[in-house]
Design a protein around this ligand. Structure first.
Ligand code: NAD
Length: 341
């Protein structure tokens, strides 16, 4: 097991890669714990849950809503939760976002921790202290910055994860290598077969690496004023694809990464050779690099999403593989790029 620390404004968050859900008793209080999970995770992992009241949501993005926040908060009240209670989210990114948001707002905030059970949650969603829910299809439009006391990345729990959910997590892993570590990009290129065969030893390495990249960036800029914006690589376009197509988050991010790579190449920041390496890696990992949506439609969705932040946007460009830059560009620059290509 490896422990990675994130130094947040309100305290330290411990990320434990390789720890097991069955050891959860070492991390939670012995009373006043309330568990939030989803039905899939409960059916596969429920036997290892500690014996505390458990609220089970329907799996999927639809549960990341203010309506669900209200239902869960009512459930907490009905079950006697108070300011000293502790919320334990056990599940994927949806459970972590919802549980983190509920914990951060219930009675103005109570302590919480996560056991991340999907690859995407382990490498990204559970780590870093952002907790948000959606309104009318707009992703994470209400949310909080608040670090969990701990995040357990139980690699063994991935054995029950459907294969296509691995693919979703891989998009965020590739994103982390593109932002900060070209060597790790090469490591993945050399291990495609093992990754496809879901070799858990390789996944332990990948989770460890991704958490370290994210923890370092969050430690520098928890509130996303500058450096942390880099973690949005591929997300400007990806979120608009996700909203318009209903594609899962990871696959939408993969399409967003291709867009960011092409845009970076167009601006002379990324060589064609590196663009091709990125495309080939995404393809080898069975990630999509385009959708049947028209670029115009995705662009319209993107401008709607950004309406309230004037006419410009922070776009993340790639400077080769393993380095990135945040640049404020006008929305019309994106429009011109789309029209040209
Ligand atoms: P998810 O939580 O919907 O999980 C994907 C599917 O896998 C679900 O059906 C779930 O029930 C199932 N599942 C999870 N663990 C399992 C296991 N061990 N065995 C069997 N089934 C399992 O989605 P996700 O891909 O984990 O996360 C996506 C969400 O994360 C999105 O809402 C995204 O916005 C959010 N996210 C948040 C952040 C953040 O910083 N807060 C970062 C990235 C992504």
């Amino acid at each position: 097991m490896e422990e990675i620390l994130i130094n947040g404004i309100q305290g330290v968050s411990r990320v434990l890669v390789g720890e097991k859900l069955s050891n959860i008793g070492n991390y939670i209080p012995n009373r006043g714990v309330f568990i939030i999970t989803d039905t899939n995770v409960f059916s596969h992992q429920g036997k290892n849950f500690p014996n505390f009241p458990t609220y089970t949501i329907e799996p999927g993005e639809g549960s990341k809503s203010l309506a669900e926040v209200q239902i869960v908060s009512r459930w907490l009240l009905a079950n006697g939760a108070d300011r000293s209670s502790f919320i334990l989210g056990i599940g994927g990114g949806v459970v972590c976002d919802l549980a983190g948001f509920v914990a951060s707002t219930f009675m103005r905030g109570i302590d919480f921790g996560f056991v991340a059970t999907s690859l995407l949650a382990q490498v990204d969603a559970s780590v870093g202290g952002k907790n948000g829910v959606n309104i009318d299809g707009y992703k994470n439009i209400v949310g909080t910055f608040n670090q969990p006391k701990f995040v357990i990345c139980d690699i063994g729990s991935l054995t029950s994860l459907p294969k296509e959910e691995f693919t979703n997590g891989l998009a965020e892993i590739v994103k982390h290598t593109l932002i900060a570590d070209g060597n790790m990009f090469s490591y993945i290129e050399a291990r495609i077969e093992k990754i496809k065969n879901l070799d858990l030893d390789i996944f332990r390495e990948l989770v460890n690496h991704s958490v370290k990249v994210k923890a370092k960036i969050v430690g520098m800029d928890e509130r996303e004023k500058a450096e942390r914006k880099k973690l949005n690589l591929g997300h400007t376009w990806g979120h608009a694809v996700e909203k318009e197509s209903g594609f899962p988050h990871g696959k939408s991010v993969s399409i967003g990464l291709e867009f960011a790579a092409r845009f970076s190449m167009h601006k002379g920041l990324l060589e064609h050779r590196d663009y091709m390496r990125i495309i080939n890696l995404l393809r080898d990992l069975e990630l999509p690099i385009c959708s049947s949506l028209s670029p115009k439609k995705v662009f319209e969705s993107l401008t709607m999403d950004k309406k309230k932040t004037a006419n410009s946007i922070d776009f993340i460009f790639m400077l080769g593989i393993g380095d990135s830059i945040v640049e404020r560009i006008s929305i019309s620059e994106i429009k011109r790029f789309i029209e040209k290509t």
